[in-house]
Design a protein around this ligand. Structure first.
Ligand code: FAD
Length: 396
């Protein structure tokens, strides 16, 4: 059995790797490596570099401005982007709303929104969650009232990622109160710089500003910003969530993190009395994480290959979301354990009076550890994913 990629795909990998090594903005790679947050102009710079090459909307078909890559090519591209240390592409435009626009939008909406998403010049945010509607998303109350050719929007969205870098937000709004909560929800796009919209920062546990509360007070948007039919927004929102949940695998980044942990561990002298960790238990955990990553990779490819043209991954995406999340959290824990022992041994053995060796990599890694705790909450909590698997995959 030959499990290697086709040689043509290895040529493709080489092309992508060399582009990241030679053409991708070096200032962005350096800032990401330092663990600091990118500013809005830097996010735009990073995404427009990919957009200019035609690689930002990496999963889109050619007819909508994407490269028309096969699943394997998209996969290799993601791996190389992460291996290069480039920032994760903000998914709200290219992964979330873009496919909704080209699948359910009008020709005018496609012409208006897709080019700015594909070239990276327009940032998007996702307005699903509300203070009283998270896991039970269908109970959302953000209101859109039809008034002539417009809708008037009122309400609050919360935990909105990347709203601080965004020009547009796609919103789930309530346009009517039906007995079944999933009905009467409408998918509307709105500009964030309009009067009546307020974006308030929420600082998260990793010390960064990437979340906001977004308030709308009597904001008028054209009805032409509605995607699909009024009252059918739930259908589009679920299509979008299938794509969202599959996007968490991030295999290349995990491989890079695991090899970084091996590198740190290999610098720690074996034995000694001042150890914080049990060496063999640590080695077992690290090997288990590597095996789980192989399983995640194969499962991701299986789910992606089962998607039919124009479709989105179905409820199986929930399995991937849990696997990817648990592994991401385990890897960041292993990192903290390795970093702690590295610093501890430097101190205990007086290997070096200079602590920068540990602190240079530990500080950004610990922020990543804290940030990764949230992965079992966003995109639907792990408990909700287990409910979906039990009911809709296993039919329990
Ligand atoms: C870092 C981060 C980024 C986010 N980004 C966005 C974004 O860009 N856009 C957006 O719209 N939202 C975003 N969210 C919001 C996220 O989707 C919600 O936080 C999530 O859906 C959970 O909703 P909640 O916070 O209201 O918690 P709740 O729904 O109140 O859940 C609280 C707890 O109860 C459990 N629970 C609830 N219902 C059930 C049930 N039926 N069965 C079993 N257990 C249950 C949950 O698993 C959880 O542990 C983000 C959240 C975070 C943390």
């Amino acid at each position: 059995m030959n499990l290697d990629f086709d040689p043509a795909l290895e040529d493709f990998r080489e092309e992508v790797r060399s582009w990241f090594a030679n053409e991708y903005p070096k200032d962005i790679l350096a800032k990401v490596a330092s663990g600091a947050s990118l500013t809005t102009p830097e996010v735009r710079e990073a995404e427009m570099a990919l957009g200019a090459k035609g690689w930002l909307a990496s999963a889109w078909p050619k007819e909508h401005g994407g490269p028309g890559w096969s699943i394997e090519e998209q996969y290799i591209f993601d791996e190389e982007l992460e291996r290069a240390g480039a920032p994760t592409v903000t998914p709200m435009g290219v992964v979330y709303v873009g496919p909704v626009v080209y699948t359910f939008g009008t020709d005018a909406q496609k012409a208006r929104w897709l080019p700015g998403i594909a070239d990276g010049s327009t940032g998007w945010a996702q307005g699903y969650s509300e203070p009283e509607a998270g896991s039970d998303l269908a109970s959302l109350q953000f209101s859109a009232v039809r008034d002539g050719d417009d809708y008037i929007l009122n309400g609050t969205k919360i935990w909105t990622s990347a709203a601080n870098h965004a020009d547009w937000i796609f919103l789930l709004t309530r346009t009517s109160q039906e007995a079944k909560k999933q009905l009467g929800i409408t998918f509307i796009c709105a500009e964030l710089d309009k009067p009546g919209v307020t974006v308030k920062p929420i600082i998260s546990i990793d010390g960064k500003y990437h979340l906001s509360q977004v308030d709308f007070e009597n904001v008028r948007v054209p009805a032409a910003n509605r995607i699909g039919e009024e009252g059918k927004g739930w259908t589009y929102s679920q299509y979008l969530l299938g794509n969202e949940r599959t996007s968490y695998a991030r295999i290349g980044g995990k491989r890079t993190q695991l090899s970084h942990i091996r590198g740190i561990a290999s610098q720690i002298p074996t034995g000694g009395n001042e150890r914080l960790i049990d060496e063999s238990a640590f080695a077992t955990r690290l090997s288990e994480a590597e095996i789980k990553l192989d399983a995640l990779e194969i499962t991701t490819l299986r789910v992606l290959c089962s998607v039919k043209d124009g479709g989105a991954p179905g409820n199986e995406a929930s399995i991937l979301k849990i696997m990817a999340t648990e592994l991401a959290q385990e890897i960041t824990q292993l990192f903290c354990v390795a970093a702690a022992e590295h610093g501890n041994r430097k101190f205990a053995d007086s290997v070096s009076p200079d602590w920068t060796g540990t602190s240079a990599f530990a500080a950004p890694g610990v922020a990543t550890y804290f940030g990764t705790r949230a992965q079992s909450i966003y995109g639907g909590t792990n408990e909700i994913q287990r409910n979906i698997i039990a009911k809709r995959v296993l039919g329990l």
